[in-house]
Design a protein around this ligand. Structure first.
Ligand SMILES: Cc1cc2nc3c(=O)[nH]c(=O)nc-3n(C[C@H](O)[C@H](O)[C@H](O)COP(=O)(O)OP(=O)(O)OC[C@H]3O[C@@H](n4cnc5c(N)ncnc54)[C@H](O)[C@@H]3O)c2cc1C
Length: 432
């Protein structure tokens, strides 16, 4: 008989797990609380165009994601462009893509520029050994010096972790640096029709293999039945038993879902207290582009976001209804008062910040803007995180985890989640 498997969450991790399980012959029930597939990769409608709430792109090295695209026949829909990075300092925009750009980077002294260059080179040559046990701040300061850390590296860490950057291990930085730059020309990719096509193709494949996709169904409880099989309860429905279950929502949601359960009593839950960073992100639709760069890092105490992604430097504007798209992001913890600020106030502050950075930006240039927030984006890593990474199997043969918290030291991304999903499903099949 076909194994009945529940997959909780239809972000890319859940979709990829469901895809592999269905292809291996399981009867899959994919359960998603929201009304959209894709988790953080969901979208909103803007004048008939489907725009992403949070920007996404892929890299040529994203082999797990590219393999998934191959599985669902979308590999020829990916397109690639050379992209670039800029750094805004004291109102001036510096391109930072080549050794020459670094040598011309005025905010640093010549000695600091050389030290930053040597840090990058050393980072691309050395192995990752030991880097999980030292913070980025300590490692980069030792290599580049305090002034270069404060002026150059810190803004980039803040652009990703906000004020929680201090504990982040050097291993996180090393992996990211080598994924994105690693001495090669920066190239990024996108998919005709957007990331929602990937999500839809994966879900369609599951349904075509006899699986079920249940949308708008929030799982309220995960437990074990008396016979050891995992159960899932949603709303007022009775618990439903499966042969296996994989949970793919944020790790912080697991404890409330399982409080007092047999699973928790059996001491099967990961004991690591992992917290997650969130994001408050504005999408601005513009009449004109701002810079030639995909990403511009900027730390200015007067500007309420730490970076700008101008996604239409990559994405074809035929996909965006012709508008230029700029994402302004501020990574914040969900308890920060700015996280709960009303959208209108957030937008006013963000747009004022954008005009401060680009004084020539007129009111007419701004066509529209929206705010999106997510409380759970990425774990707040701290030294030794690799040893505390939650296990794949909570109950071998029965209950599994495929969450963003397990992707480290790979970068949290669709590729990272796709790779994790492959490992999780391989283990589920082996332990069945
Ligand atoms: C601003 C921003 C920019 C990013 N840029 C990129 C990028 O350029 N490239 C890239 O590859 N990645 C990028 N990422 C990261 C990427 O979006 C994530 O790594 C990835 O989407 C995580 O997928 P996931 O399936 O693990 O989790 P999620 O996407 O969070 O999916 C979890 C799903 O589980 C569902 N769920 C949770 N609890 C329950 C429940 N109780 N019952 C039912 N369903 C539940 C949720 O509704 C959600 O759909 C970005 C993220 C952000 C926020």
């Amino acid at each position: 008989m076909r194994a009945r498997v529940a997959v909780v969450g239809a972000g890319i991790a859940g979709l990829a797990c469901a895809h592999h399980l269905a292809r291996a012959g399981a009867h899959v029930t994919l359960i998603e609380s929201s009304d959209q597939l894709g988790g953080l990769g969901t979208f909103f409608d803007y004048r008939g165009a489907a725009l992403e709430r949070f920007y996404h792109c892929m890299l040529p090295s994203d082999r797990h994601l590219l393999a998934l695209l191959g599985d669902v026949g979308l590999e020829d829909q990916a397109y690639w462009k050379e992209t670039s990075f800029g750094f805004m300092h004291a109102g001036r925009l510096y391109p930072l893509n080549t050794a020459l750009d670094l040598l011309r980077f005025g905010p640093l002294s010549v000695t600091d520029r050389l030290r930053v260059g040597a840090t990058g080179l050393w980072g691309s040559l050395r192995s990752s050994r030991g880097l999980d046990d030292v913070t980025c701040e300590a490692w980069l300061t030792a290599l580049s010096g305090r002034h270069a850390f404060e002026t150059f590296w810190k803004p980039m860490l803040q652009a990703k972790f906000g004020d929680r950057y201090r504990q982040v291990p050097a291993l996180w930085f090393w992996t990211r640096f080598n994924r994105e730059k690693g001495g090669r020309k920066e190239t990024k990719g996108y998919l005709h029709g957007g990331y929602r096509r990937i999500a839809q193709a994966l879900a369609d494949g599951v349904a075509a293999r006899g699986g079920q996709v249940r949308m708008r169904t929030r799982v309220a409880r995960i437990d074990l039945a008396a016979d050891g099989r995992p159960t899932v309860q949603a709303g007022d429905a009775a618990p439903e038993a499966f042969d296996q279950l994989v949970f793919t929502g944020p790790i912080t949601a697991l404890e409330p879902l399982t409080a007092g359960s047999r699973l928790a009593q059996a001491g099967r839950l990961p004991d690591a207290q992992i917290d997650m960073q969130g994001v408050v992100n504005a999408v601005v639709m513009l009449r004109r582009g701002l810079t030639p760069h995909y990403w511009v890092a900027s730390i200015d105490p007067e500007v309420p976001f730490q970076g700008i992604v101008e996604s239409t430097t990559l994405i074809d504007r035929a996909e965006t209804g012709g508008v230029h798209l700029v994402y302004l992001m501020n990574y914040l913890h969900r308890t920060d008062p700015r996280f709960a600020r009303p959208d209108d106030d957030t937008l006013d502050a963000y747009l004022a910040g954008l005009r401060r950075m680009f004084p020539s930006l007129g009111q007419d240039d701004i066509l529209d803007a929206r705010v999106f927030r997510s409380p759970f984006v990425e774990p707040l890593y701290s030294v030794g995180y690799q040893r505390r990474t939650p296990p794949i199997a909570l109950v071998p043969g029965r209950v599994y985890l495929a969450t963003t918290a397990q992707v480290y030291p790979e970068v949290t991304s669709w590729n990272g989640s796709a790779g994790l999903a492959r490992r999780v499903v391989d283990q589920m099949l082996a332990e069945r």
